[in-house]
Design a protein around this ligand. Structure first.
Ligand SMILES: CC(C)(COP(=O)(O)OP(=O)(O)OC[C@H]1O[C@@H](n2cnc3c(N)ncnc32)[C@H](O)[C@@H]1OP(=O)(O)O)[C@@H](O)C(=O)NCCC(=O)NCCS
Length: 206
């Protein structure tokens, strides 16, 4: 019997891919889902309309991994509310909402995100990871990211680790210290039920 041919397609997604992206989130198991901020079709559309990349990896025409690359662009303040609490500088872009359903695709997406950020002039890529999300913490750690700040997430109230990595492009601000938390030891982290990152009422369709 012939081996099935695997077709891998890594690309920037368009509005037509939004249903597949939402499905990808839906398919996550109940342990992983709480670590992601829910996204709606409107959110993703406004992300694309702001000119920011929505990345995805299709495997045999099924979206198997995806993520958002978000910039601190004041022109799109309504959209960049998703960056509230991020210690951003003008040279940083944030990798958000990474989901991978197949081993290795996180690595693929990170490399792609670094390239995209670099070509758009961003020298640093940031990611925020929930303290209890040990899998993602380990994955970022193993792919060249370092924690530079641990702080309470202002929206979710959970302990978050901010990772950063250099992209290889943009201005070289990696040596510039990023804002540090103004507080000392963190207060106890509440054991939140349900969606740990969710700060908004679920929208229709969720
Ligand atoms: C975390 C996640 C993105 C990892 O995706 P992935 O495609 O399996 O990651 P990769 O295979 O590219 O792994 C990269 C490295 O991280 C390691 N890694 C990945 N998941 C891990 C886990 N759960 N525990 C420990 N290490 C892990 C891999 O072993 C690999 O290291 P290695 O080369 O030394 O073996 C994926 O499990 C996921 O979608 N989780 C749910 C959503 C989520 O939490 N996203 C992050 C939000 S901040």
């Amino acid at each position: 019997m012939q081996d099935p041919v695997t077709k891998i397609d890594l690309k920037c997604l368009s509005a037509a891919d939004i249903p597949a992206f939402l499905d990808l989130y839906e398919k996550l198991d109940d342990i992983k889902k709480p670590f992601l901020k829910p996204r709606s079709a409107e959110d993703l559309l406004s992300h694309l309309e702001a000119g920011m990349p929505l990345m995805g990896v299709y495997r045999n025409d099924i979206l198997a991994a995806g993520a958002l690359l978000t910039y601190p662009d004041p022109e799109y303040a309504a959209h960049t509310r998703h960056l509230e609490g991020y210690p951003l500088t003008p040279e940083t872009a944030a990798l958000q909402g990474v989901v991978s359903t197949e081993k290795g695709l996180f690595t693929t997406l990170v490399a792609f995100a670094k390239d995209l950020a670099a070509t758009r002039g961003y020298s640093t890529l940031l990611a925020k990871v929930h303290d209890q999300n040990e899998g993602a913490r380990s994955a970022f750690d193993k792919r060249g990211f370092q924690v530079f700040l641990t702080a309470l997430d202002p929206q979710g109230g959970y302990k978050a680790h901010f990772f950063r990595a250099v992209t290889g492009g943009g201005a070289t601000d990696a040596a510039v210290p990023l804002p540090q938390p103004a507080v000392g030891p963190l207060p106890p982290v509440p054991d939140l039920p349900g969606n740990l990152c969710q700060t908004e009422e679920p929208r229709p369709g969720w």
